[in-house]
Write a new protein. Structure first.
Ligand code: URA
Length: 238
């Protein structure tokens, strides 16, 4: 993928983008042996040798893990033909190319992990590891104890039974209920479909935890870089 030269340099550890721009303007950067001073140039580091001070830069990226509180209205794909906002546009100051681990619907908010670590992403997403995700679902009405039990045991959804889930009623009013639901599968619109199957439409949905890693008080639209301890909390959440 072609990217701006200063971005590639910054990601390689040459410094901030501004420092990288300075290096370019000083004639210290070359592409395939040719000095470049053009700031707007785009290049694919996979196809060309980029040197700083005559030495090839290492384009191997440092692994980064980000927990974002995704707002509704954002897509979790890396581009959108319909021009809707994409989650990575919220990651100001992050130079690494990260991708979301799994997806959240356009109308779902909450915890979204983004990383450039494909191995960890695969581990988290692979069904055999059964990493849990917890959602707070605001649903119309008050599901009966029986219905909640049906969801907990697993229900038939599009010809396949859902795995057992954990549910906890957090709040009940005459018109709606807030229910925490923990699942380890990741079928499309699964939580919404599960509640629809017991006759309770989901009004709002928020992912509040990946495994044992909670979203906590991270404001909507904001992110934090997470470390090893937090990753362990995710992986411990079986
Ligand atoms: N279940 C859903 O229905 N939607 C999501 O975004 C995630 C889980």
């Amino acid at each position: 993928m072609k990217e701006r030269l200063q971005k590639i340099l910054a990601r390689s550890g040459a410094g901030s983008r501004r420092t990288a721009e300075q290096y370019i303007s000083e004639g210290r950067v070359s592409i395939d042996g040719m000095i470049v001073t053009d700031m707007g140039i785009k290049v694919d580091p996979a196809d060309h040798e980029i040197c700083l001070n005559g030495k090839p830069i290492h384009s191997s990226e440092e692994k980064i893990y980000i927990l974002l509180n995704k707002p509704t209205g954002y897509v979790t794909t890396l581009s959108d033909p319909q021009g809707r906002p994409i989650v990575t546009s919220l990651l100001t100051g992050i130079d690494q190319r990260v991708f979301p681990v799994g997806r959240l619907d356009l109308d779902t908010e909450g915890a979204l992990l983004l990383t450039n670590d494909g191995e960890l992403a695969q581990h988290i997403l692979h069904p055999s590891f059964e990493i849990t995700k917890t959602y707070a679902a605001k649903v119309i009405g008050r599901p009966s104890v029986d219905s909640i039990e049906r969801l907990a045991k697993g229900i038939e959804l599009e010809g396949r039974r859902t795995s057992p889930a954990k549910l906890k009623v957090i709040r009940e009013t005459v018109r709606f209920s807030v229910i925490e639901i923990t699942i380890h599968e990741g079928r499309k619109r699964q939580v919404r479909k599960m509640f629809a199957a017991i006759g309770h439409h989901v009004l709002e949905l928020k992912r509040i935890a990946y495994g044992r890693l909670k979203l906590g008080s991270l404001p909507t639209g904001k992110f934090r870089i997470i470390g090893k301890k937090d990753i362990e909390k995710i992986l411990a959440g079986k």
